[in-house]
Write a protein that binds this ligand. Structure first.
Ligand code: AMP
Ligand code: GLY
Length: 429
C-alpha cells in the first residue's frame, strides 16, 4: 500500500484526489492544503504547498511514500530538489519536475530559447529588459497588430497582454519594464508574433526518459460567453477535442513532443512529471504558445475522468522510469466540465457564501475548486468555486449533464458560461 501526499488546493487537485482514492493500491491520501472536496477522498492538512519544512515533517510523521505536486509554485521553488537534497527524503519520489525543468513554465525567455534550440515550432520572438526598452519599442514597430507581450516570470496567469494598437503596446511594454507592472516577473519581457488559429492543450507525462501522451483538451479562458472579456484561470473544458484529428496529433507528437523530451534529455534535465503544452493550431500546423510544468486546471477535470487505468501505477512508472511499459487506457466518451465561479471574478469577488444543492448532483462529478468547510456547511473560498464534470457518448450529452447539474447548485452571485463546448458541436456533424 502506498501513502500519498498531494500538494495543492484547486479543482485539479480535487480531480487527482478523486482518481487516486479509487486505486486499490492506496494506503492513505493526504492533501495539503486541499479544499472541502478533497476532504471526501483523503485527509486535508492545513499547510501551504510551498512550506517545504512543514511538508517534510508531514511526510516523515505519516510515512508518506510519494508526493504528487499539483500547482507550479512549489515546483518552481524547488520542492523536488529539496527532497533529493535531504538524506531522509531523497528516496521518496516526487511527481513533478525539478527546478531546472520547471523553468519551462517559470521563465518564458528560457522556454522560448529552449524551443529555438530544439527547432520546436513557436511564434517568432525577442526578449527585452529595462536597459533595452528603446529597442523593444522599435521591435514593436516592425510587427503587425495585435501585439503579444509576456512577462518572463510567474505572474499568477496574468502576465500575458495582447494590445490591439501600437500605442497601447508601447505603453504596456514601458509599464512592464520600467514600472515593474508585474514586479520581478516583468524584469524581462518576451514580445512575440501573434498567431491566428484555434487553441488546445496537450498533456505529456515524462519519466525523464520515455513519455505518455494523455488525452488532449480545450479550455475556455475568457470570463464572457463567445470568448469575450477578461482572461481567467479557465471557465470550462472538454476532451477529446474534435479538431485534434489523429493526423494533427501525429504532427504534435513528431514536431513537438519528441523534440521536447529529447531536448530536455540533451540538456541534462531529468524531467519526471507533467508537461502541459499550450498549442495553437494554425491551419493544420501546431505551434507552442507555452509550456507549463504541471497539469492544466480545469483541463485535469476532463482528462483524469477519461483515464481508465490506475493512476498510482502511472505515477510509480514515472518514478521508476518505466512509463513505456505502462498501458494507458482511455475512455472513448466525451468529458465536459463547467466551472461555477464567484460573481465579480476574475476581478473582486466575495468569499464565504454558503453553497447549496451539492447532494442533488447525480449525473456529474462536482470537483471542488475554491471551497471550504465552515462548521457544518460548505462555503465558497475562491474565484473558481466548483467544476462540474460529466461524461457522455456525445459531446452534447456530456454538456447537457454538466449544465443540468450546474443549475442544481446555488450560492449568492453564482456565475458560469453557458457556451462551453458549443463551438465544437458543429465540427462533429
Ligand atoms: P497564458 O496566460 O500564458 O496562458 O496566455 C494567455 C493567452 O494568450 C493564451 O491562452 C493565448 O490565447 C494567448 N496567446 C499567447 N501567446 C499568443 C500568441 N503568440 N499568439 C496569439 N495568442 C497568444
Ligand atoms: N487552464 C489553463 C491553465 O491551467 O494554465
Amino acid at each position: 500500500m502506498i501513502n500519498i501526499l498531494l500538494l495543492g488546493s484547486g479543482g485539479r487537485e480535487c480531480a487527482f484526489a478523486w482518481k487516486i482514492s479509487q486505486s486499490r493500491r492506496l494506503g492513505k491520501l493526504y492533501i495539503a492544503p486541499g479544499n472541502a472536496g478533497t476532504q471526501q477522498y483523503g485527509t486535508n492538512v492545513p499547510i501551504p504547498d510551498t512550506d517545504f519544512d512543514a511538508i517534510k515533517t508531514l511526510v516523515l510523521e505519516n510515512n508518506i511514500n510519494m508526493v504528487v505536486v499539483g500547482p507550479e509554485a512549489p515546483l518552481v521553488k524547488g520542492i523536488h530538489d529539496f527532497f533529493l537534497e535531504d538524506e531522509k527524503l531523497k528516496n521518496i519520489p516526487v511527481i513533478g519536475p525539478k527546478k531546472d525543468g520547471a523553468q519551462l513554465e517559470g521563465s518564458k525567455d528560457f522556454s522560448k530559447q529552449f524551443m529555438q534550440r530544439h527547432n520546436i515550432p513557436t511564434a517568432r520572438y525577442r526578449t527585452f529588459t529595462k536597459e533595452t526598452l528603446t529597442e523593444g519599442i522599435k521591435f514593436l514597430e516592425t510587427l503587425q497588430p495585435p501585439y503579444v507581450l509576456k512577462a518572463d516570470g510567474l505572474a499568477a496567469g496574468k502576465g500575458v497582454v495582447i494590445p490591439e494598437t501600437l500605442e497601447e503596446a508601447k505603453k504596456e511594454l514601458s509599464d512592464m519594464l520600467a514600472n515593474a507592472r508585474f514586479g520581478e516577473a516583468s524584469a524581462k519581457v518576451v514580445i512575440e508574433e501573434f498567431l491566428k488559429g484555434i487553441e488546445l492543450s496537450v498533456f505529456v507525462l515524462s519519466d525523464g526518459n520515455s513519455y505518455k501522451i494523455l488525452p488532449e483538451a480545450k479550455d475556455y479562458k475568457r470570463i464572457g460567453e463567445g470568448d469575450t472579456g477578461l482572461n481567467t484561470g479557465g471557465m470550462g473544458a472538454v476532451s477529446p477535442v474534435p479538431f485534434a484529428t489523429s493526423e494533427f496529433m501525429k504532427n504534435v507528437e513528431e514536431q513537438i513532443v519528441v523534440p521536447t523530451i529529447s531536448g530536455l534529455k540533451k540538456e541534462g534535465i531529468i524531467y519526471k512529471g507533467f508537461i502541459f503544452i499550450g498549442l495553437m493550431k494554425v491551419g493544420n500546423k501546431p505551434f507552442v504558445i507555452e509550456y507549463n510544468c504541471r497539469m492544466g486546471d480545469p483541463e485535469t477535470e476532463v482528462v483524469i475522468p477519461r483515464m481508465k487505468s490506475d493512476i498510482i501505477d502511472l505515477f510509480e512508472a514515472t518514478a521508476k522510469e518505466n512509463l513505456n511499459e505502462y498501458k494507458l487506457e482511455i475512455d472513448q466518451r466525451f468529458a465536459s466540465t463547467v466551472m461555477l465561479v464567484a460573481g465579480g471574478y476574475p476581478g473582486n469577488y466575495d468569499k464565504g457564501k454558503e453553497i447549496y444543492g451539492l447532494e442533488k448532483i447525480k449525473d456529474s462529478i462536482a470537483f471542488h475548486a475554491g471551497t471550504k468547510h465552515q462548521g457544518n456547511t460548505i462555503v465558497t473560498n475562491g474565484g473558481r468555486v466548483i467544476a462540474i464534470t460529466s461524461l457522455g457518448g456525445t459531446l452534447d450529452e456530456a454538456l447537457n449533464k454538466s449544465y443540468g447539474s450546474a443549475s442544481k447548485i446555488s450560492y449568492e452571485k453564482k456565475y458560469y458560461r453557458n457556451d462551453i463546448g458549443k463551438d465544437l458541436i458543429p465540427l462533429l456533424h
